[in-house]
Write a protein that binds this ligand. Structure first.
Ligand code: F6R
Length: 257
């Protein structure tokens, strides 16, 4: 894992956006994996500025969202389909038909999960997956004890995740109890992973993911097994990393070989 500690959330957003821009500039038909929630919003804003300035073109880029709540209509602001439309597709000027979000309203949810996996495979897999991290170490909505081999499926949200996400809903009672999420096995197949984390509320999860044992109790720890995972974290999110000084030293002394 590459750990990049940056002074502020806006530095995190810029650095992650630079990684995505590098890929899309060299390979405009790339396949992106999209996270929702607050963490990647600054990244999407950075990319939107570049798309608006005409320096970055997402019109042939395809994308798959990580997850979706069950039972929320796609036009409701809390649905991830709506969030992806308003914070990614429109601002980045993407072709809406090139972007897929798991269908949390499907009549046959299991079939929808299988279709979603097939669509990712048909697109040739994900080139770069953007991730946030839950305070409990989840990535996507793979809650603690999720199987490392898991594929897109229905999951039950933990009370902590529901409470953390209640800020997006009128009240805790309105937060869905279930979701569809790409599995950890699905996420690990992405060729490149860029995780962003900001704020003290993520410090514990970042420390467990980076320096803890690889264990399903902290699902993000599976990223230790990914060959190309970079974590961009601000100072507050890095606060519990015991080797923070070493990660800074590594980044300040990049080897040119
Ligand atoms: C959302 C997702 C989740 C979030 C995580 C952090 O698509 O995959 O793993 O990234 O819950 O959420 P925020 O960024 O709102 O703190």
């Amino acid at each position: 894992m590459e750990i990049v500690i940056l002074p502020s959330p806006s530095d995190v957003a810029r650095a992650a956006a630079d990684e995505i821009a590098l890929l899309v500039e060299s390979q405009p038909t790339s396949v992106l994996g999209l996270a929702t929630g607050s963490s990647p919003l600054g990244v999407y804003e950075e990319l939107a500025m570049r798309a608006e300035a005409g320096t970055l073109d997402f019109s042939s880029t395809r994308a798959f969202a990580l997850d979706e709540y069950l039972g929320i209509p796609a036009d409701q602001p809390q649905s991830y389909a709506h969030v992806i439309e308003s914070s990614v597709i429109r601002p980045l000027r993407m072709n809406p038909s090139f972007v897929q979000v798991p269908d949390g309203r499907a009549h046959d949810l299991e079939a929808a999960c299988v279709r979603f996996e097939s669509a990712i495979a048909a697109a040739g897999g994900v080139d770069l997956q953007i991730l946030g991290i839950g305070a409990n170490g989840h990535i996507g909505f793979n809650e603690p004890t999720s199987s490392f081999a898991s594929r897109t499926r229905i999951k039950t949200l933990t009370p902590q995740t529901r409470a953390d996400n209640a800020r997006f809903f009128p009240s805790l009672d309105n937060v869905p109890t279930h979701c569809i999420t790409q599995g950890l096995g699905t996420i690990m197949e992405a060729r490149r992973i860029v995780l962003v984390a900001q704020g003290a509320a993520k410090a514990n999860a970042i420390s467990a993911a980076v320096e803890g044992p690889v264990s399903s109790i902290c699902p993000a720890s599976i990223l230790q097994h990914h060959p190309r995972a970079t974590l961009f974290v601000d100072e507050a999110a890095a606060a519990q990393l015991s080797l923070a000084g070493y990660y800074r030293y590594v980044n300040e002394n990049k080897c040119a070989w």
